[in-house]
Design a binder for this molecule. Structure first.
Ligand SMILES: Nc1ncnc2c1ncn2[C@@H]1O[C@H](COP(=O)(O)OP(=O)(O)O)[C@@H](O)[C@H]1O
Ligand SMILES: [Mg+2]
Length: 300
């Protein structure tokens, strides 16, 4: 059955959606995996990266985005959400890259998320409001090897729906001061959610994005993040029990590369190598994908 991984950061612009798209494309293209992408962010960046804005518009108008799933859960009179009909098949702009499907997001998810949040507020002890996505996706889960969930930059009810489905999560971050600031917050919130629901979610670590080799800031920030883990591990057991282990820094850094930024364009470059600029960039993306797949299998 598919292993599901969520990409989370409370900060926007750190490469969550770009990494989610790239991981799916390398899983499918280099490793022959079947991948389901779930876009939970109302900004719909992952969706438009994978299907372009024209197809998204058509989907949105015909009620085949995740907004319709939450709408159905909120209102028994709403149209039924048919997940098989909503799923977009073989979605990469690379025409000859198969194996990636998508559940699209919608700009209207903002309103819906407020309604789902109100439902949770009215029934604070119920898990129903965070089980909407999982219930739907569980029916099709065995069609895939991996499910990648791109979350909005908050820990709201829609992200919590994603976490309920996830076996593990990764935190993409630029190695600078402001991007790494909220990391302990994310860990804490995921742990609280896990404790409340009884659903275990493994932290797979930090994905270093937009890495600029040779800059002191990036090198020092990575060093600080690594030292935090080493310091923790050096604590006596009774002290370790009191706090959480900081997330590992995944040892493959994704460079700040114009080719990766250009990959947001819905354009058929022909091959993964051309789309992601070849050379070291493609090597890093392939290695990161391999690293994550191995760790998902080991730790979940
Ligand atoms: N490794 C990278 N090198 C260069 N630009 C990148 C890289 N990763 C992401 N970007 C660009 O940075 C911006 C933010 O990335 P995005 O994936 O949308 O972040 P998020 O989903 O965290 O908000 C986008 O313009 C994207 O194209
Ligand atoms: Mg995004």
């Amino acid at each position: 059955m598919a292993k599901a991984v969520a990409t989370i950061n409370l900060k926007g612009g750190v490469g969550k959606s770009t990494m989610t798209a790239a991981l799916a494309e390398f899983m499918a293209g280099d490793f022959g995996k079947r991948v389901l992408l779930i876009d939970l962010d109302p900004q719909t960046n992952l969706t438009t990266m994978m299907i372009g804005s024209d197809q998204w518009q058509a989907l949105n108008e015909s009620g085949r985005t995740l907004k319709a799933l939450f709408e159905e859960a909120l209102d028994s009179k709403a149209a039924t959400f048919d997940i098989e009909d909503a799923i977009q098949r073989n979605v990469s702009p690379l025409a000859n890259l198969g194996g990636i499907d998508l559940l699209a997001s919608s700009l209207d998810m903002i309103e819906i998320s407020e309604e789902v949040a109100a439902w949770q507020y009215d029934e604070p002890d119920s898990l129903e409001p965070v089980l909407v996505l999982k219930r739907a996706v569980d029916r099709i889960r065995d069609q895939y090897d991996y499910i990648l969930i791109d979350c909005p930059p908050n820990m709201g009810i829609i992200t919590r729906n994603g976490l309920m489905l996830a076996d593990a999560y990764v935190i993409p971050t630029i190695p600078d001061v402001l991007s790494t600031y909220g990391i302990p917050q994310i860990q804490k919130r995921v742990r609280m959610f896990s404790d409340k629901t009884g659903h275990k979610i493994k932290a797979l670590g930090l994905i270093i994005t937009k890495y600029r080799k040779g800059t002191n800031l990036h090198r020092d920030t990575i060093q600080r993040l690594q030292n935090a883990v080493l310091d923790y591990d050096a604590l006596p057991a009774h002290e370790r029990e009191l706090t959480e282990r900081p997330p590992n820094v995944i040892p493959v850094y994704i460079p700040d590369a114009i080719a990766i930024a250009s990959a947001a364009d819905y354009f058929d470059w022909g091959t993964l190598n051309k789309r992601y600029g070849g050379g070291a960039t493609v090597g890093a993306l392939n290695e990161l994908t391999s690293h994550l797949m191995t760790n998902v299998e080991i730790y979940t």
